[in-house]
Design a binder for this molecule. Structure first.
Ligand code: LMR
Length: 309
């Protein structure tokens, strides 16, 4: 996807740096062969390495997909301490060797807290440049609404994922709309089933990652890769006028979310910078859900810091 221009646009040449662990070195060299064989016009170079310094040198965009994976039945917290040490060392490599304006997207779970650890150990990378992936959840929410209403997914916009990329996340449709011939209509009005929107819709999106693991015996792959491309593309090239996306970003206290967490907010992007959409109304139901996922992130942060000592 990156080599085809899906992430950075059809006119942007790219050099791919791919890092893997030594036992996967041979498979990685096979991926490199395939990239060469695919003869992508935009692909100007491939670095395939097991050395984090070589991988991080000069990179402008870092997509952190490496982590200790969650297996079926495992809680994300079980893998915290393994990931804390991975993110601490990768943060140091990025801190020392990436381009000074490097944009970082953490995909591997626990994504929000991995991003926080990365921020902690890469202090020279601006905090605005360190984000985590909740666009996957955002896209899942769009997909559920589109299926329910039998409308094009591209006609649905402005869902919000608040909080953690976990089962406490809050997929919020209170500001979401669907394009109709006469303009736009709210999702709540069109679905006309608050019971579904306030229960099954939310749990389906919250549990989708686990449902995929159960079905595939592996984490989501295609949809995660595609939404990572969406995340970086919108961050670098901007969000369309009148619509926002969800990104896990460093909280500044907006919407009374504790500052200092990496929390998913609705954001718009322009000139390579994201800003949290301000002034959205939050009803009592939503408030509780925003607070619940913030509490989980506060606990995860404490757990992660306890693994550091
Ligand atoms: C997903 O949402 O698909 C993944 O984050 C699930 C997981 O824990 O790997």
């Amino acid at each position: 996807m990156i080599a085809r221009g899906v992430m950075l646009g059809p006119d942007q040449p790219v050099i791919l740096h791919m890092l893997d662990i030594p036992p996967a070195a041979e498979a990685l060299s096979g991926v490199k062969m395939e990239l060469v064989d695919a003869a992508f016009p935009l692909l100007k170079g491939v670095v395939a390495t097991t050395d984090a310094v070589e991988a991080c040198s000069g990179v402008n965009v870092a997509i952190m997909v490496g982590g200790f994976p969650r297996k079926e039945g495992m809680e994300r917290k079980d893998v915290m301490s393994k990931n804390v040490s991975i993110y601490k060392s990768q943060a140091s490599a990025l801190e020392k060797h990436a381009a000074s304006n490097c944009k970082v997207l953490v995909v591997a779970n626990p994504a929000n807290t991995n991003a926080l650890i990365l921020k902690e150990f890469a202090p020279s990378i601006p905090e605005k440049n360190i984000t985590c992936l909740t666009r996957l959840d955002h896209n899942r929410a769009l997909g559920q609404i589109s299926e329910r209403l039998s409308v094009q997914v591209s006609d649905v916009k402005n869902v919000i994922i608040w909080g953690n990329h976990s089962s406490t996340q809050y997929p919020d449709v209170n500001h979401a709309t669907v394009r109709i011939p006469a303009g736009e209509k709210s999702v709540r009005e069109l679905v006309a089933d608050d019971a579904w929107l306030n229960a099954e819709f939310i749990t389906t999106v919250q549990q989708r990652g686990a449902a995929i693991i159960k079905a595939r015996k592996l984490s989501s792959a295609l949809s995660a890769a595609s939404s990572a491309c969406d995340h970086i593309r919108d961050w670098v090239l901007g969000t369309p006028e009148g619509s926002w996306v969800s990104m896990g970003v460093y909280s500044d206290g907006s919407y009374n979310v504790p500052a200092g967490l990496i929390y998913s907010f609705p954001v718009t992007c322009k000139n390579g910078e994201w800003s949290i959409v301000q002034g959205l109304s939050i009803d009592e139901f939503s408030r509780k859900k925003l607070d619940l996922t913030a509490e989980e992130l506060t606990e995860e942060k404490a757990l992660a810091y306890s693994c550091l000592s």
